[in-house]
Design a protein around this ligand. Structure first.
Ligand code: ATP
Ligand code: MG
Length: 526
């Protein structure tokens, strides 16, 4: 207590005076990985202050805790190589800041606001702290407007909200980044506002590829990219989201423009927080996550909000560890979003890209008051068809398609055609699928689904609907074959090679007749 007194008194009595403004010097007491303890004899830097160490001040530390009257504990945002006990540390007297303003457009940054696109240095501009409060409740706006993406499955079944938050959930390698890149491609051109891409903890290569793609597409002048990729220390990955958001808030609040904020991948933010928390010595919570995960995530997510001056629409990829959607990280993220697009591994393995699972995904915009009665009715009917098909799948795999009633067979035929119609070739995957990308208007997508549900394409092979844009392309692709009225024979002949839900049952049903089938049937019903 004796030691505490003078320090506190000094801080209270001299606010804003030189001794506080000027950088003060400290000395390193301990270094454990990214965690650095520093002793300050004069003025103890407040939480979130930035400290610098090293010959050129290249090692940056952010204060996260004040241990006692003389010691702070911080996390390094750069590698701590070369750091040693006793080395001098300078308190910069400021929190972490990033540049904001028109100057940042078309540039690529790291978490410190350094340009990393090998371009010219940034001209003089305003720098702002990355720690900002979310807008107060009174300033938030609650308009509900749909944001079209040109991707059939999304626009029909889970329309995105302008100014809302949408999540792309999926395990490793099911197509989150591809879908996000396609959305950027489709939306950045038609979006009048600014787009900000934030790469958190993903591959550096993807950042570079995206930069080149955007440059070629000519949309860079209205875009900003901020990266803290997987090679960076946890502190940097933890703060890079805040850095991108600070730039987004500037465009919303000061320039009154709409902002499209794309994040790949928000799970890496949570993971970085977990690493920081572990390094700081906090007790882990469920599944090893940090006890403060909910707070950390909502501090970031709540800043992504609409105000009367502008909207931040955000699309976030969310990696789901081990495809387990009950993972605390996924569950916490779900609760912040207005639309969740869930990607399923099974669909990806069947080649049904984008691998969106229509029964798991949802959007709060899918209500008759917002999308209209026709769209809502169609979406419900499509979901119903898929749900029935999902139930029938068990029976099909045990008994075979021919055991179904004619109505059920019709449901299967419709669901399989809808499934294929809701696939779409992407502009960004042209180099490996060889198919030209397609942008489909909502009207065309609804029209196609409606006509499939009305059985207009009953006599078309399923493959005619696979990887097309609007439904009329199916007519150009193949002629209907009137002789094959039964869905059974078509399903066998025309599937995309990887799709195997229907053809499988035949050999099984043939090889093991009655007893097995009865047993299986019981099992299914129980
Ligand atoms: N729409 C698509 N069309 C064709 N192929 C696709 C499509 N989406 C994904 N793929 C295939 O899946 C692969 C993985 O996709 P992607 O990199 O987007 O996965 P991811 O979910 O981001 O994975 P990670 O969690 O590892 O980042 C792609 O390289 C591509 O081969
Ligand atoms: Mg990815």
């Amino acid at each position: 207590m004796v030691g505490l007194g003078p320090g506190v008194a000094k801080g209270l009595n001299l606010p804003g005076q030189e001794s506080l403004k000027g950088p003060s010097l400290g000395a390193i007491v301990s270094v454990r990985g990214s965690v650095v303890d520093v002793r300050f004899d004069e003025h103890l830097p407040p939480i979130y202050s930035v400290l610098r160490a090293g010959d050129k001040g290249q090692i940056v530390i952010e204060v996260l805790a004040q241990l006692d009257a003389r010691h702070v504990r911080g996390i390094a945002l750069t590698p701590t190589q070369g750091l040693a006990r006793g080395m001098a540390v300078q308190d910069m007297g400021d929190p972490l800041k990033v540049p904001v303003g028109k100057e940042v457009l078309s540039r690529m940054f790291d978490v410190f606001g350094n340009v990393i696109d090998r371009g010219a240095a940034l001209p003089d501009c305003q720098w702002r702290s990355v720690h900002q409060p979310p807008p107060p409740l009174a300033r938030r706006s609650t308009k509900s407007e749909v944001f079209e993406t040109g991707i059939k499955a999304i626009d029909v079944l889970m329309p995105l909200e302008r100014g809302g938050k949408a999540g792309l959930f999926g395990g490793a390698g099911v197509g989150k980044t591809v879908l996000l890149t396609e959305m950027i491609h489709n939306m950045v051109g038609q979006h009048e506002g600014v787009s900000i891409f934030c790469g958190i903890g993903e591959r550096c290569r993807e950042g570079e590829e995206l930069y080149q793609q955007m440059k070629e597409a000519g949309v860079l002048p209205n875009m900003v990219m901020v990266f803290g990729q997987m090679n960076e220390p946890p502190g940097a990955r933890f703060r890079v989201g805040h850095a991108a958001l600070t730039m987004a808030e500037y465009f919303r609040d000061d320039e009154h423009r709409d902002v499209l904020l794309l994040i790949d991948n928000i799970f890496r933010f949570i993971q970085a927080g977990m690493e920081v928390s572990g390094l700081m010595g906090q007790m882990p919570s469920r599944l090893g996550y940090q006890p403060t995960m909910g707070t950390e995530l909502s501090r970031l997510e709540e800043r992504i909000a609409n105000t009367d001056t502008g909207a931040i629409t955000s699309i976030q990829a969310v990696y789901v560890p081990a495809d387990d959607f009950t993972d605390p990280a996924a569950v916490h993220t779900f609760s912040h979003l207005s639309a969740s697009i869930v990607l399923s591994r099974k669909r990806a393995s069947e080649g049904l890209f984008p691998a969106i699972d229509p029964l798991q995904s949802n959007s709060k915009m899918a209500t008759p008051g917002i999308v209209g009665a026709r769209h809502y009715g169609l979406a419900q009917e499509i979901r119903r068809t898929f749900a029935q098909y999902a139930q029938l799948k068990d029976i099909i795999s045990m008994l075979g398609l021919e055991q179904l009633s004619p109505e059920d067979r019709n449901v299967v035929a419709r669901a399989r055609r809808l499934e294929r119609f809701l696939t779409q070739p992407f502009f960004t995957t042209k180099q490996f699928t060889g198919l030209d990308g397609k942008l489909v208007s909502l009207e065309d997508a609804l029209d196609g689904c409606e006509r499939i549900l009305r059985d207009e394409f009953k006599d078309y092979p399923e493959s005619a609907l696979y990887m097309i844009g609007a439904i009329n392309e199916a007519k150009g692709k193949v002629k209907p074959s009137p002789s094959t009225a039964e869905p059974k024979s078509k399903a066998k002949a025309d599937l995309a090679p990887a799709a195997k839900a229907t053809p499988e049952p035949h050999p099984i049903a043939g090889a093991r007749p009655q007893p097995m089938l009865e047993h299986a049937d019981d099992a299914h019903e129980s």
